[in-house]
Design a protein around this ligand. Structure first.
Ligand SMILES: NC(=O)c1ccc[n+]([C@@H]2O[C@H](COP(=O)([O-])OP(=O)(O)OC[C@H]3O[C@@H](n4cnc5c(N)ncnc54)[C@H](OP(=O)(O)O)[C@@H]3O)[C@@H](O)[C@H]2O)c1
Length: 327
């Protein structure tokens, strides 16, 4: 299928880790007409401002990578902000996209939409089959609403208005543009910072919380961006064959998970830390395993490309860049 590289594409959240990777990927593929707005220029929780933007820009496609995102602490402390802002952004963007005639939209969700006790690997049809993890339930409910918004607009207006709104659910992501905040970051950027600081201070040992046995899956963010563009470009008949109108989202994973101890070891190597890695089993572990079933996406013809070792080296280079900028 040929793609029209002149289509006018809005990437919402283009300064975020995923949105910036989507912009990079679209530019590399030759898309020439990419529209962006910073949060300060356009607050997507503001219905009137979002309406004015969509009415004026007359867009062909939208990637919805803007979201209020955070770790366990932020989700637990600000649950109202997480559910309200995400619901508003999704509702405003998806509805105004529809009203202004946008034919194709890609909504980005997260693996937290799946039940806490979902069987592993988590397949798309595990959605709404059980209770969610309580710490980020408000955020997950908003993300589920985003999938259902896309599906409902497709079901009601797909044929009459020729719209095709899709959703992708990434596993844990890492890479350039990540948040390396000492207290509020995900596991890979947190480990990169800790190993880097231990290397700098010549600390003999880095201690990792928990038993090191929980298994997690990690995907390099440029792979996520490539998967997003791949899903957006998929021919509708091919997409429809693999999905159902009320189970239309697609998981995006690396395909393999690793233990936290293996991950810590790999980060240590990427950073060049030569000390010892110790475990503190008195600290909590979290779920024993979180692994996405990406077979739907694999059957459609996409596979992750960036191996963990290479991805961690690139992520560490990005971290060093952010450090030299802040010094
Ligand atoms: N990172 C991961 O590991 C991961 C894993 C799975 C899924 N995802 C999903 O991927 C998507 C993007 O995540 P990310 O990691 O790229 O997040 P991020 O780095 O925090 O980026 C989010 C972007 O959204 C913008 N934004 C937030 N509120 C906005 C508003 N009211 N109006 C306009 N823009 C707003 C932010 O701008 P400001 O910074 O200026 O507020 C930022 O540029 C999210 O849906 C997330 O659930 C991420």
């Amino acid at each position: 299928m040929s793609v029209d590289l002149k289509q006018k594409i809005y990437v919402a959240g283009h300064r975020g880790m995923v949105g910036s990777a989507i912009v990079r990927t679209l530019k590399e593929k030759g898309y020439q007409n990419i529209v962006t707005r910073t949060h300060a220029e356009l607050d997507l929780t503001n219905q009137a401002a979002t309406q004015t933007f969509f009415a004026k820009e007359k867009l062909d496609q939208v990637y919805l990578a803007a979201a209020k995102v955070g770790g366990i602490y932020a989700n637990n402390t600000f649950p109202a902000e997480f559910i309200y802002q995400n619901l508003m952004m999704e509702s405003n963007v998806i509805h105004q996209a529809f009203i202004s005639g946008v034919k194709k939209l890609l909504f980005l969700g997260s693996s937290c939409i799946y039940p806490k006790l979902a069987s592993q690997p988590m397949a798309e049809n595990a959605l709404l089959t059980g209770l969610l993890e309580s710490t980020n339930e408000p955020y997950a409910v908003a993300k589920i609403a985003g999938i259902k918004l896309c599906e409902s607009y497709n079901r009601q207006y797909g044929i009459s208005h020729g719209i095709d709104y899709r959703s992708v659910m990434p596993t844990n992501l890492y890479g350039p543009g990540d948040n390396y905040h000492p207290e509020n970051s995900h596991v890979i950027p947190a480990l990169i910072r800790r190993f880097h600081e231990a290397k700098e201070s010549k600390a003999p040992q880095v201690t990792i919380w928990g038993t090191g046995t929980p298994r997690r899956e990690f995907l390099y963010v440029d792979d996520m961006a490539a998967a997003s563009v791949f899903v957006m470009e998929l021919d509708k008949t091919v997409y429809d064959q693999e999905t159902q109108p009320m189970c239309s989202h697609i998981n995006v994973g690396y395909g393999q998970d690793i233990t936290i101890a293996q991950l810590a070891h790999a980060v240590g190597i990427a950073v060049g830390y030569e000390g010892k890695i110790a475990l503190d089993p008195s600290k909590p572990d979290g779920s024993p395993r979180k692994w996405m079933d990406s077979s739907r996406l694999n059957r459609l013809g996409w596979q992750a490309q960036c191996h963990l070792e290479k991805g961690l080296a690139l992520a560490y280079a990005d971290f060093q860049k952010t450090q030299s900028k802040s010094n």
